[in-house]
Ligand binder design. Structure first.
Ligand code: C2E
Ligand code: MG
Ligand code: MG
Ligand code: MG
Length: 281
């Protein structure tokens, strides 16, 4: 009986699996030319400093607008780009766009703090990130202190010393370093003292359960306390509700990011958002 069910479900699922791997194959072949075809776009999601209410910075988030497949999430295509060996090329495109954007900020007096970009763990391990960043900052004549790099802990698991060297070199340039998605996966608290981390971002999965779920709020409290005692700036990501904001404010969290303040938005909308905030301030 079990065997029968097993066989039936196998048949049921087979076409679905094929459709998924076909979609994956289609994405893979299209990803190869997506940069040249100008199909990528950066969206922007501001971060709000809690005490002042001001925009502390803004994070650039990659979007792929594929002509026939539509908008594809980075959660889907970043792993594919890593598999295809395209991630460094993609990261370089993002760094260059960020530099161009920062040139514009200077030109139009946009005082929006830092511009943060996400960099893949794969890229960091290859040992060329700091030199690539240095070259582009120089080429566009951008102040390194305006650039922030968000990295996840997975960067440090397998190649700790290489990753550390890269971070030290980035720090020396003046780039701000943020540990993204903090508290998930392979968190090692010692990273916070062994690496030059300026900011940590508490993962959205913790924030989602604040303030209701017992145990969870205690973890968030502990992370904020730890960060404060190490003089590391704390950002809470995925803040969607006023209750979460109030609770985080009570805990003395420095900065929030999430749909509550602003969703990731296209470039023109981001300028409008910035101007509206700047006028009301
Ligand atoms: P991340 O850096 O942790 O970015 C936060 C993700 O949460 C973003 O998803 C954002 O759109 C989403 N988000 C922001 N606020 C909220 C909220 O209040 N509620 C909910 N439910 N979600 C929220 P997105 O844009 O799909 O990006 C997913 C991940 O892909 C990013 O996670 C980052 O790790 C990676 N990624 C994005 N852009 C790039 C890039 O340019 N280069 C690289 N290497 N990775 C990128
Ligand atoms: Mg991020
Ligand atoms: Mg994150
Ligand atoms: Mg996250």
């Amino acid at each position: 009986r079990a065997k029968e069910v097993g066989r039936n479900s196998f048949q049921l699922f087979k076409p679905a699996m094929n459709a998924r791997s076909l979609e994956r194959l289609a994405m893979m072949s299209r990803l190869q030319n997506a940069i040249e075809s100008d199909e990528f776009e950066l969206y922007f999601q501001p971060k709000q400093h809690l005490n002042s209410g001001k925009i502390l910075g803004v994070e650039a988030l990659l979007r792929w607008q594929e002509p026939s497949l539509g908008v594809i999430s980075p959660a889907k295509f970043i792993p594919l780009a890593e598999e295809l060996g395209l991630i460094v090329k993609l990261d370089l495109w993002v760094i260059e766009q960020a530099c161009k954007e920062l040139t514009k900020w200077r030109q139009y007096d946009i005082e929006a703090g830092r511009l943060a970009i996400n960099i893949s763990a794969n890229h960091l391990r290859q040992g060329l990130l700091a030199s690539n960043v240095a070259r582009l900052l120089e080429q566009y004549d951008v102040d390194p202190r305006k650039l922030e790099i968000e990295l996840t802990e997975s960067c440090f698991i397998s190649h700790f010393s290489e990753a550390k060297q890269e971070l030290l070199a980035l720090k020396k340039l003046g780039v701000h370093i943020t540990l993204d998605d903090f508290g998930t996966g392979y968190s090692a608290l010692s990273y916070l003292t062994k690496l030059p981390i300026d900011t940590l971002k508490i993962d959205a999965s913790f924030i989602a359960k604040v303030p209701d779920e017992y145990g969870n709020s205690e973890i968030v409290t502990a992370i904020i306390t730890l960060a404060k005692s190490l003089s590391i700036h704390v950002v809470a990501e995925g803040v969607e509700k006023i209750e979460q904001l109030n609770y985080l404010q009570m805990l003395n969290c420095d900065t929030i990011q999430g749909y509550y303040f602003c969703r990731p938005i296209a470039k023109q909308q981001w300028y409008d958002f910035y101007l509206a905030k700047a006028q009301s301030a």
